[in-house]
Unconditional design. Structure first.
Length: 126
């Protein structure tokens, strides 16, 4: 697996868990690197179930949304799905105001909730 600066990747019960390591995803270089790393995880591993945890992220530019949309599109191309979790209330509020929470993205409060949602889906059928 590649060495990432902004992400940590592990597998938990058949779910690829991507932990965002950078507390401030705001400048254009950081956002671009984050997007590149996320797409590399998806393209190299071809996971079907992905959770991206934003636990510890204090500021998140809305430019991150583009990378998340690209990741979701690539996952959907091979019948995968994406959930987000662990967002700080300020970050989560931005997704709510943009009407992305519960419509475009499934966002859970905690990682355990995201893992349980995937477990409720059953085997590899997504």
């Amino acid at each position: 697996m590649a060495d990432f600066h902004h992400l940590s990747v592990q597998s938990v019960d058949g779910v690829t868990v991507v932990q965002v390591l950078t507390p401030k995803l705001s400048d254009s270089l950081t956002v671009s690197e984050f997007q590149d790393e996320l797409l590399e995880v998806i393209e190299s591993e071809l996971p079907t179930k992905v959770v991206i945890s934003f636990k510890g992220v204090l500021h998140c530019s809305t430019a991150i949304i583009n990378g998340l949309l690209r990741a979701k599109k690539r996952l959907l191309a091979h019948e995968g799905s994406l959930r987000l979790c662990g967002m700080d209330e300020v970050v989560r509020d931005a997704y709510r105001m943009l009407h992305l929470d519960g419509t475009v993205f499934d966002i859970d409060d905690k990682l355990e909730e995201s893992l349980a949602a995937f477990a409720d889906q059953g085997g590899g059928d997504v």
